[in-house]
Structure formats: C-alpha cells, structure tokens
Design a protein around this ligand. Structure first.
Ligand code: V0D
Length: 256
C-alpha cells in the first residue's frame, strides 16, 4: 500500500491522516461503475467487476490506519431489482467472486463479514456463499466489513417500527422505554455505531435511501471520481477532509 504513496504530496497526506482523528465507521456508496465501463466501451458488468478491486483497495487502506473499525459498502439497494435481469444475475455472482479471492485475507487480518439487509430472497448460491463467509469469519473482531445488500433505509426504519410494535404487544417493551438508542438497536445496523463519514463517488449528491436514520450526524463526502477508479489515496483524501471538518467543529458538533 505504501508503494502507492510516492510523491511528497501523497506522503504528506498519509502522515497527516495518520496523525488525525480517524473515523471509526466509514460508509460508502459505490457509484459510477456503469459510467466507467461506458467510457471504455465495455459492458456495464465490467464496471461492477472492476468495482470489486476498489473495495479491496479501500479495505487495505483502512486497515493500514488501524483505527477504522467498521466499513459499510452499499452493494445492492432494494431498487436495484429493477435493473435488467442479465445484470442482476451477474451482480449475484459478485459475492462469490469476492469471497473466493478474499476469504483468506479476511481470516488473516481478523476481518468479520456482515450483511445489512434482507438476503433471504437472494438466489440460493449467492445466499449460501455469503452465509458461509459470515460463519467462517464470525470469530473475527478486528474490522467489521459490512455489505448493504437488498437494503433500503426507509424499509429499515419501517421494519424496526414493526418489530418494536410486536415487542410492545408481547409485553417485552413498554412505550416509555422506546428512546433513540432503543429504536436504533432494532435497525439492521443493530449495535454498530453510526457512520462518522459517508463517501459517495461519481458526482451524485444524494443519500439514495441508504442508512437514513444512521447518517443523521455523519459527515458527507462527495467526489466525482468513479467507483472503479477509487483507491487508497482517494480514501485518504476523504478522511483528510473529514479531519478538517471535525477540527473546525471540535467538541461542539453533536447533540448526542
Ligand atoms: C457491484 C461495486 C462485493 C458496486 C462493487 C450482490 C456494485 C461490486 C459484493 C459482496 C457488488 C457482497 C456480499 C458479500 C461479499 C461481497 C457485492 C453486489 C455487488 C451485489 F458477502 N461487491 N459487490 N455484491 N458490486
């Protein structure tokens, strides 16, 4: 990784990021794969596959900083089912493609795989490789690598509300017990802390139904870089930007 940081400017970036406040949870919206492919006259799916490399680079870059504890990548939204079925079937092979190559690295680096979203309706082979990956890494507790899959932020809030209703009906909860922390514990992100930093690539300035509740106080970082071009240096630029802001607002920023 350090080999990437060649110029004086890049070395400065690396050392200032290391000295600063590192976000413990980074969430990422991986946008721009289709556009990246089109610019190269490649099929869209080639962009998705190239996007897997960016995940590996980000994970590696984050690990290097030691203090990033959670990374949550938005891999597939509930709206993505509207894409052509050929594209969907290609996407459903990517968890297997990723885990075939990375499971060993996940084990060697104490990384735990988690899913945020409902994977019960995914094709059997997709669900099985994911469940196998989660089972194999269940004992790891270094970095929590999460993929949001078949995830929608409004659904997340809605399901939490329904579960809370059930617990009320069952007499396991009292109305006056339901505060923000209790509510958050019913979300699919469960006991994870909220993201400190959200990164979205490819120039779109939206949250797009990602972690709606959880992003309430997160710093948002948008870049025009397309996801397949995103690397460790871009990640560190995003973190450097986050550090500037948290210094500026130091101590005053949050209500909770
Ligand atoms: C396509 C760019 C990794 C964004 C990255 C099924 C969209 C590559 C996974 C993955 C996708 C998911 C679960 C898991 C391990 C890996 C993935 C999908 C799409 C949708 F346990 N990349 N990736 N899943 N893309």
């Amino acid at each position: 990784m350090l080999r990437l940081f060649k110029t004086t400017k890049q070395k400065k970036l690396l050392s200032s990021v290391i000295d600063g406040d590192i976000p413990s949870h980074i969430a990422l919206i991986m946008d721009g794969n289709g556009r990246w492919a089109r610019r190269r006259n490649l099929p869209r799916v080639a962009g998705h596959r190239a996007g897997v490399e960016s995940i590996r680079r980000c994970l590696h870059g984050a690990r290097e900083l030691k203090k990033v504890k959670y990374m949550t990548f938005y891999a597939f939204s509930t709206e993505n089912w509207q894409r052509p079925s050929s594209e969907i079937s290609y996407l459903m092979d990517l968890p297997g493609y990723f885990l075939n190559r990375e499971l060993k690295t996940l084990m060697e680096n104490n990384i735990r795989l988690g899913i945020v979203g409902d994977i019960s309706r995914l094709p059997d082979h997709t669900r099985e490789v994911i469940e196998d990956g989660m089972a194999q890494t269940a004992g790891n507790d270094g970095v929590y690598l999460n993929f949001a899959l078949n995830y929608g932020g409004r659904d997340d809030i809605l399901f939490a509300a329904r579960k809370i209703w059930q617990e009320l009906e069952a007499g396991n909860l009292r109305q006056e017990d339901i505060d923000k922390d209790v509510f958050a514990s019913f979300l699919l992100t469960g006991d994870m802390p909220a993201p400190d930093l959200l990164i979205r690539t490819s120039g779109e300035l939206r949250i797009s139904n990602f972690l709606l509740w959880q992003l309430a106080y997160s710093e948002l970082y948008f870049t025009d870089v397309l996801w397949p071009d995103f690397d460790e240096i871009h990640l560190y630029q995003a973190i450097a930007d986050y550090q500037q802001r948290s210094r500026r607002y130091g101590g005053l920023q949050q209500e909770e």
